[in-house]
Design a binder for this molecule. Sequence first.
Ligand code: ATP
Ligand code: MG
Ligand code: FE
Length: 349
Amino acid sequence: HLTLGIETSCDETSFAVVAGGRRILANVILSQTGEHGRYGGVVPELASRRHVTNAVPLLQEALARSGITLAEVDLVAVTRGPGLVGALLVGVSLAKALAWALDKPLVGVHHLAGHIYANFLAGPGDEPAPEPRYPAVALVVSGGHTDLFHLQEGGGLAWLGGTRDDAAGEAFDKVARELGLGYPGGPVIDRLAERGDPQAFPFPRAMLDDDSLDFSFSGLKTAVLYELERRGWRDPQRRGELEARLPDLAASFQQAVVDVLVAKTLRAARQVGARQIYLAGGVAANRRLRRDLEAAAREAGLNLACPPPVLCTDNGAMIAAAGYAAWRRGRRDGLELDVDPDPPLDEWF
Ligand code: ATP
Ligand code: MG
Ligand code: FE
């Protein structure tokens, strides 16, 4: 059974072919980050236009790489939200056209469910796809989201908590911009932090001491800005001084984010009696987060799984995986399927 997965929710255009919901035959991803970089963030109108021009060539490449024809596709799965409305519309319109022309079923996928399902994929080789384990807790940390979910037997998702202001990835991106490191900020900060001291600057760990499973990252971003201001490092004349401390700033900021993410994820696992933790979303590519969460999980007797970095950020394969799971449970969408910038998660399949 072959699922075509389509992702256009933000600034990646991606088409994938996934066999049996689990095995990736092709996962073609075109990221526009380079183009949006000079504006310091994603420009919605530009993203939509690029999706339009790139979609068909990328679809053809995904088919060519997987060695199949369009007629062999059994199911069309597409991100219907959350995301940028104009960007989502490109993928959903194309998915509807394909499903109608091929007379194949169509499933609209919740983007965050897609991020979580990236954990259950295997490459085209012989290695087995990881079996989902329940009950589990999933931490989705991405450019627009920081959420904890209870992943229940059968694949249902219940929301446990999330950020009250900025998403973790958003904090990485905003801090990187203030440090003059460009967009996206996560990968650069991750690399710089490798040579920095995570204790050099005592940045705050917000909401660590309350019992909620919520997060807040805007105060941390402000604390970094305040530190730059206080030291006079926003003065272009003192760029050299700032540059010398970039690794320490990056490491200290990153550690503050990671400490809170790790503590709350373990708290969530305890609360729902989970034995398994799944990490998902673009920030899941962060090496410090992977390392610290792995260590904390091991100490608590829990198992941690995270997708390989290329499946952490937006891609069509994860949408195919989640769409296939939904289809197996009987989910079908008609041609009235519409984009939804904030779809309900509990009805995602
Ligand atoms: P959402 O999934 O919430 O709609 P999105 O699709 O834009 O948002 P993703 O593509 O999942 O987000 O992830 C992009 C985010 O991940 C960016 O904020 C980026 O800075 C961050 N990121 C990528 N790699 C790393 C890394 N190594 N460390 C920290 N953050 C990272
Ligand atoms: Mg992106
Ligand atoms: Fe995403």
